[in-house]
Ligand binder design. Structure first.
Ligand code: 5RP
Length: 236
């Protein structure tokens, strides 16, 4: 029996699959909501003979996609991605995102930024008036990470090195993640620019101006928000 939140994740993940068309190169995001999307995509591949190729944004997604029989393509073989479908930890009213709860923010950003269209699937609790209640994940190079953390702290947070099973968490790229609790992130673009300029910072979990569509669901009631309806219609 699924919880209401898990049901909401399933609904949005499955809805995202309706935007997938035959022949697409897909960016496959990471996280529990995206996992529902992958299950549904595998169903469409099996039932409709849908031909797609995916680029996974994490080793976990890669494993699940392979298990479900979703064809993957090596990143070196593609120059563009038609559509990326990903999750998020927070979404603000301007469709800016805070991501990285699962530790896959670097690969997710590489894929999400490249995609012609980015659809974000979230349960309704992720829709927030401003980013920052969720500690901002920042991926850093392990060498000198404590110095990098001090430089990050200057911007108004207390970086905490992420651990898993009492060991330091290592990202798919071999780096560390610092979880940084800020007050309110009212200007995500500026904060991202400042943080990205710090030597040792690989990437931040702030995704600004990249989302085209957000599918959210709260207590079974789905809502679809679009960055710019006119622009999206013209592209289609
Ligand atoms: C991983 C992410 C995920 O997109 C995010 O954590 C997804 O959360 P959920 O499991 O609730 O779908 O940013 O780095």
């Amino acid at each position: 029996m699924l919880t209401q939140m898990e049901t909401d994740k399933k609904i949005t993940g499955e809805e995202a699959v309706t935007y997938i068309k035959d022949g697409m190169i897909l960016g496959l995001g990471s996280g529990s909501t995206v996992n529902w999307m992958l299950e549904k995509l595998a169903e469409r591949i099996k039932n409709e003979g849908l031909q797609v190729k995916g680029i996974p944004t994490s080793k976990k997604t890669e494993r699940l996609a392979k298990k479900l029989g979703i064809s993957l393509i090596d990143f070196t073989e593609v120059e563009r991605i038609d559509l990326a479908i990903d999750g998020a930890d927070e979404v603000d009213p301007n469709l800016n995102l805070l991501k990285g709860g699962g530790g896959s923010l670097v690969r997710e950003k590489i894929v999400d930024v490249l995609a012609d269209k980015l659809i974000i699937t979230v349960d309704g609790s992720k829709m927030v008036p401003h980013l920052g209640d969720f500690p901002l994940p920042i991926e850093v190079v392990p060498y000198g990470w404590n110095i990098t953390a001090k430089r990050i702290a200057v911007f108004g947070c207390e970086p905490v090195i992420r651990k898993q099973d009492e060991e330091v968490f290592i990202s798919d790229n071999g780096n560390y993640i610092l979880d940084c609790k800020f007050e309110k992130i009212l200007d995500p673009k500026k904060l991202h620019q400042h943080l990205k300029a710090i030597v040792g910072v690989v990437e931040t979990g702030l995704f600004v101006g990249v989302t085209d569509k957000v599918i959210s669901c709260r207590s079974g009631s789905m809502e679809v928000l679009e960055r710019n309806i006119q622009e999206l219609d013209e592209e289609e």
